[in-house]
Design a protein around this ligand. Sequence first.
Ligand code: MSP
Length: 505
Amino acid sequence: MRSDKFYLTTAIPYINAPPHIGHALELLYADVLARHERLLGKEVVFVTGTDEHGQKIARQAEEAGKNPQDFSDEMARVYQDLTKLLQATNTDFIRTSEERHRLGAQEFWRRVARRGHIYKKLYSGLYCVGCEQFKTDKELLDGKCPDHKTAPELIEEENYFFKLTSFQDDLKKLYASNDKFVVPQDKFNEAIQLVNSGLEDVSISRRAKRLSWGIPVPGDESQVMYVWFDALTNYLTVLGFGSEDESLLKRFWPADLHIVGKDINRFHIVLWPAMLLAAGLEPPKQIGVHGWITVDGQKMSKTVGNVVEPSEPIKLYGLEGMRYLFTRYLPFYGDSDFSPARFAELYEADLSNGLGNLVNRVISMVEKYRQGKVPARVQINPMPSVSWKEYCQTMENLEFDKALSLIWNGIVTPANQYIDKTKPWALSKEKKEEELDGVLYLMLESLRQIAWMIRPFMPETSDKMLFQLKQDLNQKFEQYSSWGLLEPGTEISVGSQLFPRLEKA
Ligand code: MSP
C-alpha cells in the first residue's frame, strides 16, 4: 500500500568516542532511503541523534575530567557535525540529555507503570558496561563478554523491572503477522528463537547513588532509568511524545523503519516492541538490521589502532565518491570490508572511467555535432535501460548496492559501449544525420535517467547532470521516470569533470 509519509530512524550512537565510518555508513543508508522516499513524493521524517546516559559515558566523562553534561555537549556536537559532513538530510537530531527527551521518557515510564508492567525487586547480576547490559553465564566466554573482552561487574541492588515475560505471546503474534517485520530473515529467525526459548523480565533502573547520570525514575528519585529503556524511547520523544504537541507523533507513528546494526537487533526486535505494547502503542513496521564494516579485513578497534574517521574516505574520494563507494560496496546485509586501496580502484573504474567519462563524451559530442542542442527525437533500437519498478524494489528492500549495480550494469557501462559501437564520429563523417540524432538523443536520455536514479546516492552529481540537461529539479516521479522527456532544441551546457582522477598516494 502506498502511503504519503515515511518515518525512519538510525540507532543513536553512544558518545563515549568520536564517530567512525561504521556510524557514517548507517547514516548514509538512512539518508539514501530518506532521499529516495522524498523523490517518490512522500513527506519524510528522518531522525538520528545521540545516546548520552549510562555508565559508559559517565566513566568516559570522568576520565576526561569533565562533568557528564559538558562532556556530552561537546561530543554531541561532533555527531551533529557528522550529519553535516555527510550532507545527511535528517529532519531532527535528538539527544537523550535534552529536556524534551527526559520529559517524554518519564511519561513513557509512567504509562507502562500505570498499566501494571513495572515492579521492584532485589536483584544481583553480572553487568557489562560496554554493552550496557546484564549478561547470563551462557553469554560469557571464559567469564568475559565476547564483544568487549572484559569481565562483567557484579551488581546487587533493588531495581525496577519490566515484565517482558508478559509479552512473550504478543511478540510471537507480532512476528507471525508480518513476515517482513525484521530484515534480513536470519536476524528475524534469531529473534524468533530467542522469544521461543523463553524470556526473562528486565531490570530497567539503577540506583542513583551508584549512577547519577541518567533520567530519574518518575516518583522515585533514588533510581535512574536503565540506559536502553531511556534511549529506545527517543524514537517517540523526537516526535513530541508526552509533550503538549503530539501532532507529529499522531501523523508519523508507527515508524516505517528503524535502521540498526546487528549487535543491537535484540533490543529493537524484542525489548522495544514489548515496551511499546506495554505502553499501549503500536510497534514499528520494520527493523532493518545491517552488518558491520571491517577495515582491511580487521574489526575496527582502538587497541588495534585502525579506527577510520569518516573524514578520511571523504578526503580520499570526495563526499560524492564516498557516498557512492560506501553504499555500493558495503552492502546493507552482511558484513563487508573497507579497503582504501581497493576503493580507489573502484572509484577510477566506476566514476572516473565510467560515469564521468560517459557524461563527458556525450556532452562534448552534442556540442561538436549538434551545436550543444538536444537533437531531434529519432527512435532507434532502444539500448538496455533499467526499469524503475525494479530499481524502486531494490531500494525498498534496502539493497542499495544492487540498485547501483543495476544503474551501472544496465546503463552506464552499456552506454559507454554503445558509443564505441555506433561511432558517432563516423556517422558524422558519413553524414548519416538521422542515425546520429538517434544515437545522441538516446545517450542524452540515458544521462537523464542516470541522473534521477543516482540522486539519492550522489545528490550533487545528480544536480550537476540535471543542470547540464536543463531539467527542472522539482519534477514528480511520474514525470521524471518516463522516457523521452528531453525537448529537442534545448541548449545543454558543458560542465567540469565530474570525477577527477585520484592523485596517486
Ligand atoms: N547507543 C546504542 C544504540 C541505541 S539506539 C536506541 C549503540 N550505540 S553505538 O554507538 O554502539 O552504535 C551505534 C550504531 O552504529 C549501531 O547501529 C551499531 O551497530 C553501528 N555500528 C557500530 N560499529 C559499526 C561498524 N563497524 N560497522 C557498521 N555499523 C557499526 O549501540
